[in-house]
Design a protein around this ligand. Structure first.
Ligand code: ZN
Length: 355
């Protein structure tokens, strides 16, 4: 896995050999995946240890203590001063951590899971969230580890964190080969392969929002062209609809308003979601062809559009995933809602540390 050789370290040396000595890892043999009963770790046992989770995003910083069943304690949050200087932003993170360490359950905390908007570098514990310009290579994980008294700390990208949560407790539970998407203002994702979370070398694997599906498409913030995110994010859906003549009935001109009109059969709104669904289908088909996933989970605010989004995804997927082994991927909505990133940061840390 990823955090093995960094200069900051939550202790990959501490966990590395033990972890590597367990074939299949925690995710494959975990009791929550519906397989045969296995030994329960302290974290998965009721009333046992907790993992502290911090989820850093462009609009909010959320914190909680999480147990092995995904139960959340001592929930707290602060707005992200996204346009402030680096230390002002860090001060808000520190307030969240201080609230967690002051919680009565803190003595049961064994590790810290940090989820962040990407890109991230899990090797060095640094983050460079696209929408937080003052943080480029900012050492978020080591700083949080210090505030948390030196507990083992694992940094995970938000897409991978959501995937960890959906795999452990949500729509991908019990699945060995799954792709999870977060479709909101941007598009993120993560992979489970062979029953294990696949964060990749730097923690960004499965980031399907930035693979090209339209070679003649628009330039993307990432520097690429025609990325999935350029067609399927909520921002892109709303913008494309407006550019093509859709007008919101009221003040709300978001993708949710486009979805509402699509449900009523408004043709431009329908076309906007068809375009988004097609982009996601292209990414799912490519993934199914590459690594034989069996399920694709779609979460995030845009997934709340329901069939308006899922119907075109499934229809286009039939056109793009054509080889026998890639056909029949089950496309399902995420089940954990807005907490997936937060509890997923804890789940990813538990996987990494074999808790
Ligand atoms: Zn891109």
């Amino acid at each position: 896995m990823s955090t093995g050789s960094g200069s900051w370290t939550h202790g990959s040396a501490l966990v590395g050999e033990e972890r590597d000595g367990r074939p299949g890892g925690v995710a494959a043999g975990d009791a929550t995946t519906g397989g045969a009963p296995v030994e329960r770790s302290e974290w998965t046992a009721a009333g046992g240890d907790l993992v502290a989770a911090v989820d850093f995003g462009g609009t909010k910083i959320a914190g909680a203590l999480v147990d092995g069943s995904g139960q959340v304690y001592a929930r707290c949050r602060r707005p992200t001063p996204a346009r402030a200087d680096a230390e002002t932003i860090m001060a808000s993170v520190a307030e969240v951590v201080a609230e967690l360490t002051a919680a009565p359950q803190w003595s049961r905390v064994r590790a810290v899971g940090v989820g962040s908007a990407g890109p991230i570098d899990a090797v060095h514990g640094t983050v460079s969230p696209v929408n937080v310009p003052a943080w480029r290579g900012f050492p978020l994980a080591p700083r949080i580890a210090e505030l948390a008294g030196g507990l083992p700390t694992v940094l995970t990208g938000d897409g991978v964190a959501m995937t960890a949560a959906e795999h452990r407790w949500g729509a991908a539970r019990g699945e060995d080969d799954a792709l999870c998407f977060v479709v909101s203002t941007g598009v993120g994702g993560g992979l489970v392969l062979g029953g294990r979370l696949l964060p990749g070398r730097t923690g960004n694997a499965g980031h399907l929002g930035h693979i090209t599906v339209d070679f003649d498409g628009e330039p993307c913030v990432c520097g690429g062209t025609g990325c999935v995110e350029q067609l399927a994010s909520g921002t892109s859906i709303a913008r494309w609809a407006r550019e093509n003549g859709w007008r919101p009935a009221g003040e709300d001109a978001s993708a949710a308003a486009v979805a509402q009109d699509a449900r009523r059969g408004e043709p431009v709104a329908l076309a906007a979601f068809d375009r988004a669904g097609r982009a996601l289908a292209g990414a799912i088909a490519a993934t199914a062809t590459l690594v034989e996933i069996r399920v694709a989970v779609i979460g995030g605010g845009v997934a709340a559009a329901g069939e308006v989004l899922f119907e075109p995804v499934r229809r286009h997927l039939d056109d793009y995933a054509t080889l026998s082994f890639a056909r029949g991927v089950n496309v399902v909505p995420a089940t954990l809602g807005g907490d997936a990133g937060l509890i997923g940061a804890a789940a990813a840390a538990a996987v990494e540390l074999s808790l």
